[in-house]
Ligand binder design. Structure first.
Ligand code: PMP
Length: 408
């Protein structure tokens, strides 16, 4: 993918021009959060400079402008996911809030004693804990399809656990700890054959591959803006209208109601039924700008370029003495997770930091994944389209120095 202009795109990210600890920054912690292009920073600032007002209830000009920009951003998210209608897009704080919304609204209304929620062994804590909470509240049971040695979900086990008592399946599209791409389309087909709806945690997918919720046929799809070059504090939940219409509201307050009296209240239409209170207007506008920006970069091209970087980086890392890759699934996106004999992941991260190479070390909010591989933590380098081979060369060089310093 020699023709992908990564350096040109990189120039549009102000933070990537910084030096860190006296070195140019090699930012390889994109699975934690991505940097923001000038276009997104400008869109958010422009909102505050030019049209800041509360939305939906104002009769004045500014409020109309702000409402139009906010709802315009919703339409961009709709197009980005190819949802049927904008009413199926609910703005939330991020993936975590989206999953909690489904657990507490759909889950509480539809789960009871003996019912089961099926997840997989590679889930982020935010696609585990909300289900544990709603299971404790309703008497339902959490089932887990475990992983094989490559960090792929055992599909035979997934099929076996998907039974007459399964009421919901919740799976990550892409694992944040390993980079494994789940066969979500196959999982959704299997679940639907049993009449079971599926939530897909798309936090690590949306920045790396085009997503089409109609082609996937998923029932819920959750993602966070900040992993998609957009601001923090904003994300979206896609939900199939038939399910959302039947679900009770999760949070009560302004905007989510149609009428309120002391005897009782009635609910607003979708999507507002699930958006109590003043939303993160600037964030939604920033998210819309990020989606537009990513449209210019082209997600198909991003996927191909990042795949090539992943292959290049994997080959480089495999030459480091004592390094073991954690997660070697055939189908991976954007993530190099590894351990080095005799060296704790945090020490790796600290040495790399002194060289201006930013990675993450730890359990990556996926403790069960660490347990599966028998490691307390991994070092994780994660890619974005603004990364280059040079970033990965610097990663490998710094790792060699770390090995020499600590192990030899
Ligand atoms: N799921 C996955 C797979 C993730 O990688 C993350 C973020 N690390 C989340 C969920 C949670 O996202 P957020 O913290 O933005 O809510």
């Amino acid at each position: 993918q020699q023709d992908f202009p990564a350096a040109r795109w990189r120039a549009e990210f102000p933070l990537l021009q910084r030096s860190v600890r006296g070195q140019p920054l090699a930012y390889l912690d994109n699975a934690a959060t991505t940097q923001k292009p000038q276009a997104v920073i400008d869109a958010e600032a422009r909102y505050y400079r030019e049209i800041n007002a509360n939305i939906h209830r104002g009769v004045h000009w500014l409020s109309e402008q702000a409402t139009a920009a906010h709802e315009g951003a919703r339409e961009r998210v709709r197009r980005f996911l190819n949802a049927r209608e904008a009413a199926e897009i609910i703005f939330v704080r991020g993936t975590t809030e989206a999953i909690n919304l489904v657990a507490q609204s759909y889950g509480r209304a539809n789960l009871g004693p003996g019912d089961e929620v099926l997840i997989t062994g590679l889930e982020h804590h935010s696609n585990i804990v909300p289900w544990q909470m709603v299971c404790a509240q309703t008497g339902a049971t959490l089932k887990v399809a475990t992983l094989d040695d490559t960090g792929s979900v055992r599909m035979d086990e997934f099929r076996r656990l998907l039974g007459a008592r399964t009421r919901l399946v919740a799976v990550a599209h892409v694992s944040n700890a390993l980079g494994t791409v789940n066969p979500v389309r196959e999982m959704i087909d299997l679940a639907h054959a049993q009449g079971v709806p599926v939530l897909v945690d798309g936090a690590q997918a949306v920045a790396h591959t085009p997503v089409d919720v109609q082609a996937l046929d998923c029932d819920f799809y959750a993602f966070s803006g900040h992993k998609l070059y957009a601001p923090t504090g904003i994300g979206a939940l896609y939900g199939r209208r038939a399910l959302l219409d039947a679900m009770p509201p999760w949070q009560g307050g302004g905007d989510m109601i149609r009428t309120v009296s002391f005897e009782g209240s009635t609910w607003n239409d979708l999507p507002y039924k699930f958006e109590a209170g003043t939303p993160h207007i600037a964030g939604a506008i920033g998210l819309g700008a990020a989606i537009e920006y990513l449209g210019e970069v082209g997600l198909e091209a991003v996927a191909a370029y990042e795949h090539e970087l992943l292959i290049y980086g994997t080959a480089l890392l495999q030459e480091i003495p004592g390094l073991r890759m954690i997660g070697t699934a055939a189908h991976k996106a954007g993530i190099l997770s590894f351990v080095i004999d005799g060296l704790h992941a945090h020490d790796i991260g600290t040495v790399l930091d002194t060289e201006g190479v930013a990675i993450r070390a730890g359990h990556h909010c996926a403790m069960p994944v660490m347990e599966h591989f028998g490691v307390p933590a991994t070092a994780r380098a994660s890619l974005a389209f603004y990364n280059t081979r040079e970033d990965l060369d610097r990663l490998a060089q710094a790792l060699r120095r770390a090995v020499e310093m600590f192990v030899r």
